[in-house]
Unconditional design. Sequence first.
Length: 398
Amino acid sequence: MLTRIKDLAANLAPRLIEIRRHLHSHPELSGQEFQTAAYVAGVLSSCGLQVKEGVGKVGVVAELVGAGMDSRLLAIRTDMDALPISERTGLEFASRQPGVMHACGHDVHTTVGLGTAMILSQLGQPLPGNVRFLFQSAEETAQGARWMVQDGAMEKVTGIFSVHVFPTIPAGVIGVRYGALTAAADDLEITILGESGHGARPHEAVDAVWIAAQVITTLQQAISRTHNPLRPVVLTIGQISGGRAPNVIADQVKLLGTVRSLHPETGGALPNWIERIVASVCQPYGARYQINYRRGVPSVQNNMAMTQLIESAAEEAWGSQGVQIIHEPSLGAEDFSVYLQYAPGSMFRLGVGFRDRHNYPLHHPQFEVDESAIVTGVVTLAYAACKYWQQSEHLLHA
């Protein structure tokens, strides 16, 4: 089976690069991936899959029907959206859409998903059960996964795989992480309410700017003193707005930020912890406050058995040198975690780094990928899918 998959992937390689370059040239922002979705649906239909468009607003779902020997349903999820970044790669197939770029590799993700569908549909024999391909909109805004779930994309799914490119891992290598892969990401809004006054007489007012500065500093200091350092929390205030004039003491300041955590217990306690800190700063100086803490996506927690499938598939395909165990999670976020609330699964890192030159990070206007990684991702994902039905149901849900 593996030899057949590798042969098909080698033959498809030029077509896969053509697909990836088309997608890269025509990026679309989150929730606006209409042309991308139509293109994806066309490729999937040509492979004989049952295709449904408009799932999760702009998403595409395609079903590869198996032999019916196993009732389990495997899902493979990839995302399609680009970022509001002006590309500076100088590539011949660079973005044709001003101010929009595939700077996070979702063009590669989509291509890997399509390549996997092509190979599994051309094996010459049906798989024991069905495979459902989920091409998702709006991952960058952390909305698309919930849209897909609301439209029934996870109904009857018993396991799910996903992939994300990683430039610090060289092309030809698969990164595998057991347990927490990414962090939970929540949104934080704090409004400090003071009393306005003349800038020359601060004692007659309640300075919201000064108090907001104390809140920011105290929150950062308190993290290191009151949280378990083995359970990291990152709180970043990225936007501050307030005040009306240089000589007028501000009566209101708004702070906007993001909060990242890896452990559900820690994350669950954060809203109350933040409010206690803010109150302890505001109350002595007569200020009031409002806090709006919005839960975002949870942490991606890779299932052990599903991750073992990815690791064993990659090792059989590429040898031990083709697998890298990731020992530290990322504090970035991924809405693949939403699907994991409905079925066990695993996301792996696809190395796309060049071995002989500098690699720019994700979300950089000069971000590029080594396109040889596409075949690596397709073979790994297709072979892991084939191995899925060889595992006992009890083990996969352990």
